[in-house]
Design a protein around this ligand. Structure first.
Ligand code: PMP
Length: 408
């Protein structure tokens, strides 16, 4: 049996022992942020107790140790997403900053008025707004890849959207709002056939499925540590080396230069450092490395398979609730269930179910265009991680039934 040892997994998460309103915590808001295993917490603690120092500059022992651990994470990330070269891994503040980096560096250097960018109806605001800002500055055209009624991308419409002016496709790998898994490898091949690049927002994919940026043939790939059992404030931009090398710096400051002169001008460091201006989140980068090692230890395929089991069980039980409608029913989806209930506001469900110890997300999930398309302002969303159990799903569904009975 391929079942994940969830009892063992749960032992690594001290927060799962806490109570909320006198009830055991059932944490089902993993698409917003995942909880942190003690190994990651200990890595942060160990850093500040033993070798806190600024990196890449000091010659002293602490600086050496911090630099080595920081750069070690670059190798771990390279390995984790199967990039060809460690110089293709840029540390950022998260997915949002990674996308803004591409928009501001690659976008400003390469896009001209009338050029076109394709984004999908499924995008998180962080993969919409940076392109809108750039479109305003550069007079670009943004076209939207539509979704079908199940919340899957319409691939034939996608093919039809390309024109001579299409320069970039920006799409998520897995939708945070609906859980839809997008065929990004196929989408990349189509983009490349039209000589366009593809940026993949992998914030919801890296925690739930094996990701291979070379197999996908992504030009850029972004994710955040805090959704994959790591700390907040740090993430990754992967970019193909030849693209990154040709791109101008975005943020200027220390670390990203080779020489600075008032007379002779400034020259820039080679990649990846060209894109890492200032003191980075050193402790967090190192702890992200530990988080990825933790995931490797369990096995990402094992985690994904377990979450599919949770998804099936939850979906089956929820479909039996009268008046409950699940939004996002694509055949390929990850452990995310977005739903609305007749006669009950999402907000009320969220607040009341919290009283029973269950944490779900309510609102628009930073995907207003998607929710508008489906004619709703808010949904409740339950999303799963490695430490969730079938018993927790039962507690959640029973709590949901109780809450619906109260508000109707
Ligand atoms: N894209 C997707 C698909 C996401 O789920 C999120 C986080 N909800 C983001 C981007 C933004 O990530 P961050 O806030 O960590 O920058």
């Amino acid at each position: 049996d391929l079942a994940l040892d969830v009892t063992r997994v749960r032992r690594d998460f001290p927060i799962l022992e806490r109570q909320v309103h006198g009830k055991p915590l059932v944490y089902l808001d993993n698409a917003a942020t995942s909880q942190t295993p003690r190994q990651v917490i200990e890595t942060l603690d160990h850093y500040y107790r033993h070798y806190n120092a600024n990196i890449h500059r000091g010659l002293h022992t602490l600086a050496d140790e911090a630099t080595a651990a920081y750069e070690q994470t670059r190798d771990s990330v390279r390995d984790f997403i199967n990039a060809a070269d460690r110089r293709e891994i840029i540390f950022t503040g998260g997915t949002t900053e990674a996308i803004n980096l591409v928009a501001n560096s690659w976008g400003r250097a390469n896009l001209k008025p009338g050029d076109e960018i394709l984004i999908s109806q499924l995008e998180h605001h962080s993969n919409i707004v940076p392109w809108q800002l750039l479109a305003e500055q550069r007079e670009l055209v943004i076209r939207v890849i539509p979704v079908d009624e199940q919340g899957a991308l319409d691939m034939s419409a996608y093919r039809d959207l390309f024109t001579e002016r299409t320069r970039l496709v920006a799409v998520n790998h897995i939708s945070n709002a609906f859980g839809t898994i997008n065929p990004v490898r196929e989408m990349a091949a189509i983009a490349h056939a039209h000589r366009a690049l593809i940026l993949v927002d992998g914030a919801q994919a890296v925690p739930h499925a094996p990701v291979d940026v070379r197999h996908i043939d992504a030009d850029f790939y972004a994710f955040s540590a805090h959704k994959v059992y790591g700390p907040t404030g740090v993430g990754v931009l992967y970019g193909k080396a030849e693209l990154l090398e040709a791109m101008p710096p975005w943020q200027g400051g220390g670390e990203m230069i080779r020489t600075v002169s008032f007379d002779a001008g400034t020259t820039y460091a080679a990649i990846p450092h060209k894109f890492e201006a200032g003191t980075p989140p050193i402790a967090e980068v190192i702890a992200m490395g530990r988080a990825l090692a933790w995931v490797d230890d369990i096995g990402i395929a094992m985690i994904g398979a377990w979450e599919q089991k949770l998804l099936r069980h939850a979906t089956e039980r929820m479909m039996r609730i009268d008046g409950l409608r699940i939004l996002g029913t694509a055949p390929h989806k990850a452990g995310v269930i977005s739903f609305v209930v007749d006669g009950a506001h999402a907000q009320d469900i969220g607040l009341l179910i919290d009283q029973l110890g269950v944490a779900v997300r309510t609102g628009n999930h930073c995907a207003q265009p998607l929710l508008q398309h489906f004619g709703v302002e808010a949904t409740c969303r339950a999303s799963f991680a490695a430490y969730n159990t079938l018993e927790e799903i039962d507690i959640f569904v029973e709590a949901l039934e109780r809450v619906i009975g109260m508000v109707r």
